[in-house]
Design a protein around this ligand. Structure first.
Ligand SMILES: [Zn+2]
Length: 345
């Protein structure tokens, strides 16, 4: 067993305390009649309970766990199968779309994946896919935004280059997070973060351990039949920006590392960022050469029998998603049509 963090505990026996809207009357039935059996792949990053979620400076990066709980119950009521990527890919490859199915994947993998997300899927008795960035448990990828958020959430003030900044309200914490995260979203981000930690007396290693998933946790999860382990690169690089060799090292290197540490021959991969500019035909080919039987993007869309398993669409659920009406829009393909119309590919 591994230590529990102080901030992200979630009692899986708690019932959702909040209602998440009534689905739009008729939309699900109409979609089922028009579209028939189809797949929908959802992805998200971190998760927190409603109470914690409200206070987070970067709350849109987190799915509200109570909403996820309500969503899993809703999908069961609407007769959707929750499946692994292995099952999804097989259904697509064999054209066996006899039933509606969804997959949930967690990208990157933080400590809350272990402490809160997997326990919730276990309670519902349905599988979840973890796309692991191996630099996180290897502690080679600094979690600069998690560390920044933690400091802004837990302190009354922080020291910046030009002096101290007091943090009285959630709005102030959120505004400063946005300002600094924007400044740090460059190749120099880790240097900015180290400097910030130095100014504020933050132990970078301890902060990493507080937020990262560890190999011990992953080992325990890999033995759970409801958990499927997949790859999400070594250092969370934008694959399209790398040379052929660099791309192969990120994709195959992560697969090698999962095998070495967990004994898991990972068969499914997800591209970091995942939009059209972040991964293309060359990258889909490299992923297959590296031994992955499927690769997922974050291009919106539903999955039908003609879907290509080397470039599957996925719908990102973030903190703004707290309505079952929005879920019905995803499951009916409406959001994908809208995204394409708006050029968000
Ligand atoms: Zn990612």
């Amino acid at each position: 067993m591994v230590a529990q963090s102080q901030t992200q505990n979630y009692n899986v026996d708690e019932r959702p305390v909040k209602s998440f809207g009534t689905p739009l009357p008729g939309l699900a039935e109409i979609a089922d009649r028009l579209l028939g059996p189809r797949g929908c792949l959802f992805t998200f990053h971190r998760a927190a309970t409603s109470g914690v979620w409200e206070t987070l400076p970067n709350r849109n990066f987190y799915l509200n766990l109570d909403f996820l709980d309500a969503l899993l119950s809703y999908l069961r009521r609407r007769d959707w199968d929750v499946v692994t990527m292995e099952d999804a890919a097989q259904r697509i490859r064999t054209g066996r779309l006899a039933r509606k199915f969804v997959n949930f994947s967690v990208d990157d993998c933080y400590r809350d994946t272990y402490e809160a997300v997997v326990p919730l899927f276990r309670r519902h008795g349905v599988p979840v896919t973890l796309f692991v960035t191996t630099g996180i448990p290897d502690q080679t990828l600094p979690l600069i935004f998690a560390g920044l958020e933690d400091a802004l959430l837990t302190r009354d003030s922080v020291v910046l280059e030009d002096g101290a900044r007091s943090l009285g309200t959630t709005a102030e914490r959120r505004a400063l997070y946005e300002q600094l995260a924007k400044q740090w979203d460059t190749p120099d981000g880790p240097t900015h973060y180290s400097h910030f930690c130095h100014l504020n007396g933050i132990d970078e290693h301890a902060m990493h351990v507080k937020h990262a998933i560890s190999w011990d946790m992953l080992e325990e999860l890999a033995n759970d039949p409801l958990v499927e382990i997949g790859g999400h690169t070594v250092s969370h690089s934008r694959i399209s920006s790398l040379s052929d060799d660099g791309a192969m090292e990120e994709i195959e290197g992560c697969r090698r590392r999962l095998m070495a540490r967990l004994g898991v021959p990972a068969r499914h991969f997800a591209f970091p960022y995942g939009r059209a500019a972040d991964c293309g035909p060359r990258d889909f080919e490299i992923t297959a050469t590296a031994g992955f039987v499927s690769a997922s993007t974050t291009r919106k869309g539903l999955v039908g029998p003609d879907a290509r398993t080397d470039r599957l669409p996925r719908i990102t659920l973030n903190g703004g998603h707290q309505s079952l009406t929005m879920i019905d829009a995803h499951l009916s393909g409406m959001t994908a049509v809208l995204a394409r119309a708006l050029g968000r590919v």
